[in-house]
Design a protein around this ligand. Structure first.
Ligand SMILES: C[S@@+](CC[C@H](N)C(=O)[O-])C[C@H]1O[C@@H](n2cnc3c(N)ncnc32)[C@H](O)[C@@H]1O
Ligand code: SF4
Length: 356
């Protein structure tokens, strides 16, 4: 259930107003975002069937974030009690070879209650990259692996090769396990579509046998007609009416632009730029406030939010259970890896070129 918010500037003041918000369980929009996503490099090498990425990358300005800008943002963000800093946004984070160093920069400065997290399609998760990520102090690594069978995976992830990616993910899980490092916590994630719905149990068993949590994200249309057109939902799509991203999360592009949220693929709603302004001043600025005011009043006609829909269900997790044997062996979860659904064959495909 999404939280309900109000704008302190529109509070009206007085005891009646405070009591009204309290009765409705509403809270003020926080003075600083609780989570911050920072795109260090634009673009993605994959073409997932449910993702607008491939329909925007060649039309929008692309680039990588200047490291001084990155440091300026992080230096400010770590002054605040943010819950999470995620150095990616609508891109493939590991396509940026600087990423482990950038994460380390955050690790060395962040507060105790702040975690770092990225989501990757694993194309660039080589053993060298894996080792650097472990050493960077990253807290959470989400690996997008949509389906466990070759055909399902390759249908879901467009141009990515199943054998190569399954091997890379398994190698990373092994690397992390052997190194006995507690971080990053690894979660395999996927979007719940008709393409993989039939294999949910197989997916759970495969990854749980490797001690990995599986998280299923509900399908969103990402306010993009292209996703709607794919008709891969298994349940009806409903308006994303209880979304609170706008109230707690900030989304910064590589050039410093602050966009509405992680579905703003076309960069339709730019609320400020942090190159010459602070994150805080953009967050509290007039553009953000005006948009939030409209949103909270239900006045979303003509905005990106108007077209935003989500499959009629919540995200869910398959969490591996603990076993006494595993605990005695010093393992967190039972570790008896199942073989892949089909024998792995040498790949015939070449790896996609690195996203720019
Ligand atoms: C846009 S991706 C960027 C990071 C990275 N390239 C990846 O795939 O993990 C971030 C997350 O959005 C999810 N995603 C993409 N399109 C989606 C959609 N239409 N509905 C729900 N989640 C989606 C991906 O599965 C992934 O977990
Ligand atoms: S890997 Fe991530 S960003 Fe790339 S196409 Fe797939 S979901 Fe989109």
């Amino acid at each position: 259930m999404a939280k309900r918010y109000f704008l302190e500037s529109d509070n009206g003041g007085g005891i009646r107003s405070i009591v009204k918000h309290w009765i409705y369980g509403e809270r003020p929009v926080p003075p600083f975002p609780q989570t911050v996503q920072i795109q260090t490099l634009s673009g993605c090498n994959a073409r997932c069937q449910f993702c607008p990425n491939g329909h925007t990358t060649n039309r929008l300005s692309m680039g990588s974030m200047d490291e001084d800008l990155f440091r300026k943002i992080v230096n400010e963000v770590v002054q605040h009690p943010v819950r999470r800093i995620s150095p990616y946004l609508m891109n493939e984070p590991l396509a940026d070879p600087r990423l482990p160093d950038l994460i380390r920069y955050i690790t060395e400065r962040k507060r105790r209650g702040t975690s770092t997290s990225i989501s990757t399609n694993a194309t660039y998760l080589t053993s060298d990259m894996g080792q650097r990520l472990i050493e960077s102090g990253l807290d959470s690594l989400m690996i997008s692996f949509h389906g466990i069978r070759k055909e399902t995976y390759e249908t879901s992830m467009g141009n990515l090769d199943w054998e190569t990616h399954l091997n890379q993910v398994n190698q990373f899980i092994e690397l992390r396990r052997r190194g006995k490092s507690k971080k990053p916590v690894v979660t395999v994630t996927m979007v719940h579509t008709a393409t993989l719905d039939q294999e949910l149990e197989e997916i759970r068993d495969y990854w749980n046998s490797r001690g990995v949590i599986v998280r299923i994200h509900t399908l969103e249309n990402r306010s993009h007609p292209w996703v709607d057109g794919k008709a891969i939902n298994i349940k009806p799509m409903k308006p994303y009416s209880n979304c609170d991203r706008l109230m707690g999360q900030a989304y910064l592009l590589w050039n410093g632009d602050v966009v509405l949220c992680c579905v703003d693929w076309e960069r339709t709603t730019i609320l400020g730029n942090v190159t010459n302004q602070s994150v805080e001043s953009v967050w509290q600025g007039e553009s953000y406030t005006a948009y939030r005011r409209k949103y909270l009043a239900g006045n979303i006609g003509g905005t990106l939010c108007e077209g935003c829909k989500v499959q009629d269900e919540g995200d869910f997790k398959f969490k591996p259970s603990w076993s006494l044997q595993g605990l005695i062996r010093g393992e967190r979860y039972p570790y008896t890896p199942l073989p892949p659904p089909f024998p792995l064959q040498p790949t015939k495909k070449t790896l996609p070129v690195r996203a720019r």
